[in-house]
Design a protein around this ligand. Structure first.
Ligand code: ADP
Length: 494
């Protein structure tokens, strides 16, 4: 058998500790599967205020306290604490970077009060990046692979390949950088570049400069040995158009040979209607009837009239342009003119909070709205809805469609990124369809597709067959984790 690998997996959010979106789900699930395959994978993330030391049994690592870390001309202290993610089969060590000034805040990247990014996010993630590098130095553990995720860890690759490249830890290490969302690039004023302490020559368009500013995502792309995207379609999209590549399309194209698409998976230990502890009525493809009880509970939650024959369309999403919120807002009247109920759970941009609030107030009998981040309600919406709405403008992978499929809640999606790779249109392919897919990013198309879904819902037998087909789809992590292991091994041979 091949020698087990050692991997440091770095992410700015990890379930169950902190989450704003899909990255956290991935970072909480994928390493466990890699660990189950016998590899030594450890995670590092910041310790935010929401990460309770008591709940997660987090302890100090004495020899890793008060590490001096430079941000610009200042030196700040970082301490490493530790805990584990455990499931029945594995135990993954997690290192938390603790610095109250930077991370003891109510939000991860944005202030929940103002909904604006924290103004010192550059300092915070420069500090984080340097801490990861310095922690690796001090741990005396030399991993084979350093796996980084998104802009928040992009600078780590730059440090490892420039000022720290001669340290023993980094001489042989291979760096993998995963792009979960190319639209978030960590762009900061030029002054932030000087705070990184990186040599001046790297502030050029060939390296970290982007329109006169520092771009942290570019650091991860350029200085890594391999890039991965979270779905095949998204890999193509970001290489071919500014709409998806967000100004980095030429760079993505240039780096295509070191890019590999590995579709995300779903963590069925958390998202499984047969075992879900957050719903009152578990169900399976063999016994769908309890799903109706969840539907009743969902209707009650939002004070909607429960009617088995009126489909509930659910949506759980960050309320931002990416997720197609402008289409939803534009289509609301026309959707609600049809026989259906709509429930939305999300937080995000203020304009969408306002517009949706107004709409929900004006359509109390048909629409439910919860402007919050609520894990339990997200599960109830997956379990209780008949359809799930994801009309994304772009979608690197998307996880909710996996969950919806598993819960027999047929997804209505736009054909982009991971949604294009995972949902099959029922009208187009009646014998293999699992949802409803539209192509053009237009309100008209969305409304027509919702209409198709509502029509299909009336054919009970056909609908149930589609539900069962969807529920039997397997998007578990095993396949994707095996692809990551394969990639790690290939890099090590180079
Ligand atoms: P993204 O990472 O772009 O936000 P994904 O579909 O990949 O989108 O993942 C989103 C994850 O965050 C899903 O697990 C989803 O259920 C969860 N989520 C998003 N908004 C909320 C919310 N308001 N309350 C609870 N869970 C949410």
């Amino acid at each position: 058998m091949a020698k087990p690998l050692s991997i440091m997996y770095v992410a700015s959010e990890v379930v169950p500790f902190a989450k704003t979106g899909g990255l956290a789900d991935v970072a909480g699930a994928m390493p466990q599967i890699i660990r189950e395959s016998g590899h030594d994978i450890r995670i590092m993330m910041p310790k935010y205020a929401s990460v309770s030391e008591r709940v997660f049994k987090i302890h100090d690592i004495k020899r890793l306290t008060d590490i001096p870390i430079k941000v610009g001309d200042e030196t700040h202290l970082g301490s490493i604490k530790s805990s584990f993610i455990t499931n029945l089969k594995s135990k993954v060590q997690v290192y938390f970077l603790h610095n109250p000034e930077y991370f003891d805040r109510p939000g991860l990247y944005t202030d929940p009060k103002t909904l604006k990014d924290y103004p010192d996010n550059d300092d915070r993630f420069i500090f984080f990046a340097r801490s990861v590098v310095q922690t690796l130095n001090r741990l005396g553990w030399i991993p084979d692979i350093l796996h980084l995720n998104d802009w928040q860890s992009g600078l780590i690759a730059a440090y490892a390949r420039t000022i720290f490249r001669n340290e023993p830890q980094f001489k042989k290490i291979k760096i993998v950088f995963t792009v979960h969302n190319a639209a978030y690039q960590g762009i900061f004023d030029k002054s932030a570049f000087y705070k990184t302490g990186l040599p001046e020559e790297y502030f050029s368009p060939d390296y970290l400069e982007f329109n006169g500013k520092l771009n942290c995502l570019k650091a991860g792309l350029i200085f890594s040995d391999a890039i991965t995207t979270v779905s095949p379609t998204y890999a193509k999209e970001i290489q071919s158009s500014p709409e998806y590549g967000c100004g980095l399309e030429s760079l993505f194209y240039k780096l295509r040979r070191k890019t590999k698409a590995i579709l995300n998976g779903a963590d069925y230990s958390v998202w499984n209607p047969e075992t879900d502890e957050l719903i009152a009525h578990t169900y399976s493809a063999a016994d769908l009837s309890p799903k109706l009880e969840n539907k009743k509970e969902l209707a009650d939650y939002f004070k909607l009239k429960f009617d088995p024959k009126t489909p509930i369309i659910g949506m759980v999403s960050r309320l931002v342009d990416q997720k197609g919120l402008d289409l939803v807002v534009k289509s609301l009247k026309r959707i609600l003119a049809m026989k259906c109920q709509l429930v939305i759970l999300g937080t995000g941009e203020e304009k969408y909070h306002m517009l949706l609030k107004e709409a929900a107030k004006a359509n109390k009998k048909q629409m439910g709205l919860e402007l919050a981040f609520d894990e339990k309600l997200a599960h109830l919406i997956e379990a209780g809805s008949d359809m799930f709405l994801m009309p994304s403008k772009y979608e690197p992978c998307g996880l909710n469609q996996f969950y919806s499929l598993r819960y027999g809640t047929l997804p209505i999606v736009r054909k982009t990124g991971g949604l294009a790779d995972t949902v099959v249109d029922l009208n187009e392919k009646p014998n293999s369809g699992t949802g409803f897919v539209f192509e053009k990013y237009e309100a008209r198309e969305l409304v027509a597709t919702v209409k198709r879904a509502l029509t299909a819902f009336k054919d009970e037998k056909c609908w149930q067959r589609a539900m069962i087909r969807a529920m039997n789809k397997d998007f578990s992590w095993n396949k994707s984790a095996a692809q990551y292991i394969d990639l790690y091994r290939k890099l090590m041979k180079k």
